[in-house]
Design a protein around this ligand. Structure first.
Ligand SMILES: *Cc1c(COP(=O)(O)O)cnc(C)c1O
Length: 423
């Protein structure tokens, strides 16, 4: 990114960050979220996004509907998973209607789609060795249940996934599962290049979009993607435990069946017949009753994103993370930090990983003594997640300034060394 006139003698100042905020086309979205303590800097929206006023109102309206309509509400709620999936598809996923659902958790959706792929195809399962734990655990279980080899793809933790290396591992495999944005490093995979290479090797590819949906432009249809899953409580701001989503490309829907034969995917659901026969279409990946309250907040998140437009969100994510990289070079490197995220903005999502041998204690000190909320990922990463709809450039500047000052003053050296369960 060019800071242009903002850079003065090569040094970035807080005034430069404020200048970027004044020119920010998305700046108005910040006031549509709840901020609480005005001094607190929240850079953990990649774990749990902020509460928007829209989500609060949508949840309240749905609670009221429950109160007034009771069971008659199901006339409108019964197809909410499909409608919400279509809204997410249009706003966040680059997916045409009829291919996405909002339902269950990411973990359960991964189980359903990976299970369906394995039932339809012979061969191994491939997943990066450093992928998010739930993905590896679900696949480990499915590999054991289906008697398949689980191939763990080793690689550089920061460099983008190499198309040829993934394609080589995909030879003879049934399924390759990849994160679009790596949860620790923030590295963005080249979906458009990797997808056809895996398919040419004979495998289906399932993209985990947890750290990319709502943060970068995802173009599932254009990439020719097969399958995808992801969550809505990170960059889609739908709240803790919000329903996740899944995507099955239309051309695969007839040949794949969910391993969970629930009544919400039954062809004639209310006939309550003796045998299971799934509906045609993506609805066959529903299991049980849709989580109506949670879906209200997902729709609010999708609508706000549609208004902001994902292209503008992605551009700001690139600029915010670039500011962290530049401030790292200016101030943090000399304090023993290194960058755990690619330097090229095109190769990363909306979070940055700052590595330091004392990362755990520094992270605790940031939370307890500097009112900055990031998170820690083993072994040595502090993640700054920068959701573009509500993160200002001055927030980035202040967060790095507080981080640098704290390490300069040795505040972290007084923190206990042991790790808590959740940061
Ligand atoms: C956050 C995240 C998940 C979360 O799965 P849940 O079922 O919601 O707990 C899964 N995969 C990745 C890559 C994630 O980042």
């Amino acid at each position: 990114m060019g800071y242009g006139d903002a850079v003065d003698g090569g040094t970035l100042t807080r005034a430069h960050a404020a200048e970027l905020d004044r020119a920010d086309p998305l700046g108005g979205f910040r006031d549509r979220f709840e901020h609480g303590d005005g001094d607190r800097i929240y850079v953990d929206g990649n774990s749990l996004g902020r509460l928007s006023h829209d989500a609060r109102a949508a949840l309240q309206a749905t609670v009221d509907e429950w109160g007034s309509r009771l069971v008659t509400g199901w006339h409108d709620w019964v197809d909410l998973a499909e409608r919400t999936g279509d809204a997410l598809g249009a706003a966040a996923l680059g997916a045409g209607a009829g291919q996405a659902l909002a339902c269950d958790s990411t973990t359960v959706n991964l189980y359903k789609l990976a299970g369906a792929a394995l039932a339809a195809r012979d061969g191994a399962i491939v997943v990066p060795a450093d992928d998010f734990p739930t993905d590896r655990y679900v696949l480990e279980g499915l590999a054991a249940a289906h008697g398949r080899e689980l191939r763990l793809l080793e690689g550089d933790p920061v460099a983008p996934l190499g198309r040829d290396a993934v394609a080589a591992a995909a030879e003879g495999a049934a399924l390759v599962v990849l994160s679009h944005v790596n949860y620790r490093s923030g590295t963005l995979a080249d979906m458009a290049a990797i997808t056809p290479a895996v398919q040419a090797a004979g495998a289906l590819v399932l993209w985990d979009l947890c750290h990319s949906a709502g943060a970068v432009d995802v173009n599932l249809d254009a990439a020719g993607a097969d399958l995808a899953v992801g969550c809505t409580y990170k960059y889609l701001n739908a709240g803790p435990g919000a329903p996740a989503f899944l995507y099955v490309a239309e051309r695969h829907q007839a040949a794949l069946r969910s391993p969970i034969q629930g009544w919400f995917s039954q062809a004639d659901q209310f006939a309550m017949g003796p045998r299971y026969e799934p509906v045609a279409g993506v609805g066959r990946f529903l299991a049980g009753t849709p989580p109506v309250l949670g879906l209200a907040a997902v729709i609010a998140g999708a609508e706000m994103l549609a208004e902001a437009r994902i292209g503008a969100v992605r551009a700001k994510a690139a600029a915010l993370t670039t500011l962290v990289v530049d401030l790292h070079d200016q101030r943090l490197e000399a304090l023993g930090f290194s960058l755990g995220t690619p330097r090229a903005a095109a190769d990363r999502g909306a979070h940055v990983s700052l590595r330091h041998p004392d990362a755990w204690r520094i992270c605790r000190a940031l939370i307890e003594h500097a009112n900055v909320i990031p998170d820690f990922r083993r072994p040595d990463s502090i993640r700054f997640g920068l959701p573009p709809l509500y993160t200002r450039y001055v927030d980035v500047w202040d967060a790095v300034d507080r981080l640098a000052s704290l390490v300069e003053d040795g505040v972290h050296e007084r923190m206990p060394a042991e790790a808590a369960r959740v940061t």
